[in-house]
Structure formats: C-alpha cells, structure tokens
Design a protein around this ligand. Structure first.
Ligand code: NAD
Length: 294
C-alpha cells in the first residue's frame, strides 16, 4: 500500500486527501489546526501531529498550503518535508505559489534524493470534492509518470507542462483569465440589472453563445443571489494576481486588463472583504455604479 503524507487539509486539501483515502491510499494528514485532521480521520485517513509524523514513513507527500512562505517553511524548514524525507520521496506541492519558490524547493530537494513536482490545481472546492481538478504539473518526466496515479485520483485533466516551476506559470495564466472573466461577468450582471432585464433568462442565453464561460455557468446563480461565501477567497486571488504581475514583469509582458482587475481585488481585500469568494468583485462594481442599495 502506498503511504501518502498530506499537509494542509483546508478547503481544497481536505477533500483531496479524503479522495485519496477512499481510493485505497494510506493517507496520513497534518494541518495547522486540529479539526481538519479529525475530519480526515473520520473519512478514512490517519492523523499526524507534526509535519515529521506525516512525512517520515511516506512514499509520497502532497502539500496544499496557502502561499509561498508557507510552502518554503513546510518544505525547507528545520523539521520540514526535506528534513524528514525518506530516500527517493516523491513530493508533490499542489499549492498555488511563486514559480521561483517551486524551483528553489526542487533545487534544494535534489541533493537530498527527494523528487519534486509543482502541481497547482484549478476547479475549486467542488472540483476537489468531485476528484475532477485540472492539474498543471512542472518537473521531470519520470517524476510526473510516478505521480500520475495519485494525481489522476484527485484530478480529471492532468497535464505535464514543463520543468520545475512551469506548473506555477500555467496556474498564474489560469488566475489571470479567471479574474478577468469574473470581473466582466460581474459588470455584465450589474449592467443587465440596471436595464431591468430578466437576468436569469439573460444568463441562460449568454451561456449558450460565444460569451458562455465556466464562471457564468458555475458562479452566475450565486452572483445573482449575492451569495459570496467561499469557494475561493479574494485574499487568495489577491496573492495570485501578485504572482501574475511579478511574472509578467519578469517576462517583459504587459497585462493592462490583468492589472486593472488586480487593483479591484486589492481594494476589496484592503477594505476587509478578503474572506469573501472572488465573485465578490460584483459588490465593488455595484458600489462604483452607485447601485449598492438597489
Ligand atoms: P485553506 O486556507 O482553506 O487551506 C490551507 C490549509 O493549510 C489550512 O487548513 C491551514 O490550516 C493549513 N496550513 C497553513 N499553514 C500550514 C502549516 N505551516 N502547516 C500545516 N498546515 C498549514 O486554502 P485553500 O482554499 O485550500 O487553498 C490552498 C491552496 O490551493 C492555495 O494556494 C490556493 O491558492 C490554491 N487553490 C485554491 C482553490 C479554491 O477554490 N479554494 C482553487 C485552486 C487552488
């Protein structure tokens, strides 16, 4: 039986770890706060009370953590993944972080005999629950092949996109597209409402044409109902748009629409709305249009 150490059992990591346990993997989970660990145990996993306890006996370690400093600490820290890894461990980081942090982890892991993949995901909480994530993977060919059974358990579209860090670069592009589309869907909804159009009918017909997109399909109804419980928090998307902007600058690429939506997301986070779902962009569009109380 393959033992998988799983670190970070939040909105995404919790259901991913549970799906691995259901598929027959021996999953040993660690999270900073205890309730998430207890939940995994109820779902067929085992509890670890430290990173070391999750990693020591693992053949594969998966992490699903918020941000680059979290991954740096968990992977490279004194009692972290590399410090506790058995020889030839396969370490798959599914967090969305800076490409250069992924490359640093891979570089430091190699001399210790640890194989590393960056494997950020897209598909949201529902995709994690359904085991239907889209996963973009950076790293060596042989390590990708070794990781495929695990990744295919939590994902439906699993693609090797290049060497270490490449998965994160593709994920940054994903976050640019998602933020821009969310903003345009939010603007369209406020626009339609201001014209007194039946928005449910409008969303239905828009979904079938060239304007159709996954945001409209999956978030349209909640946006019309002003339900902004996460899902994907604005503060995480703010982090991701920082990654996108830095990476665009590194490549000498201009992203005018991406920069505009970055500022709108930053404004929502700055005023205290960071815990809302990213579809909360709609609130700001309404306020900028003087329609918040309608
Ligand atoms: P989350 O905050 O719900 O989960 C992160 C978990 O990591 C928390 O349970 C936290 O307690 C734990 N954690 C933090 N630091 C830790 C540490 N040092 N040791 C152990 N546990 C620690 O976040 P999430 O929504 O699950 O997102 C995780 C990652 O996945 C982020 O990088 C995010 O950008 C990305 N992502 C999220 C979604 C989504 O829809 N939520 C979709 C795709 C990608």
């Amino acid at each position: 039986m393959t033992t998988v150490g799983f670190i970070g059992l939040g909105i995404m990591g919790g259901p991913m770890a549970a799906n691995l346990a259901s598929a027959g993997y021996d999953v040993i989970g660690y999270n900073r706060s205890r309730p998430a660990i207890d939940k995994l145990v109820e779902q067929g996993g085992r509890a670890a009370d430290s990173i070391g306890a999750a990693v020591r006996d693992a053949d594969i370690v998966v992490s699903m953590l918020p941000d680059s400093p979290d991954v740096a600490e968990v992977a490279l820290g004194e009692d972290g993944v590399l410090a506790n890894a058995k020889d030839n461990l396969l370490y798959i980081d599914c967090s969305t972080i800076r490409p250069d942090t992924s490359r640093t982890v891979a570089e430091q892991a190699s001399p210790r005999g640890v194989r590393v993949l960056d494997a950020p995901v897209s598909g949201g909480e529902q995709g994690a629950i359904d085991g239907a994530l889209s996963i973009m993977v950076g790293g060596a060919d042989a390590d990708f092949a070794a990781a495929e059974p695990v990744l295919n358990t939590v994902g439906k579209t699993v693609v090797h996109v290049g060497p270490a860090g490449a998965g994160q670069t593709v994920k940054a592009a994903n976050q640019l597209i998602v933020a821009g589309t969310l903003e345009l869907v939010a603007e369209a909804i406020v626009f339609l409402e201001a014209h007194g159009v039946d928005t449910e009918a409008a969303v239905k017909v828009l979904s079938g044409g060239l304007a159709g997109n996954a945001i409209l399909d999956r978030k349209g109804t909640a946006m019309l109902a002003r339900q902004f419980n996460p899902g994907f928090r604005l503060e995480l998307h703010h982090k991701d748009l920082g990654i996108v902007q830095a990476a665009a600058r590194d490549a000498g690429v201009t992203i005018p629409l991406g920069s505009a939506v970055s500022q709108l997301v930053a404004a929502l986070v700055a005023r205290g709305d960071g815990a809302l779902d990213h579809s909360g962009l709609l609130k700001l569009v309404e306020e900028l249009s003087g329609r918040a109380d309608q």
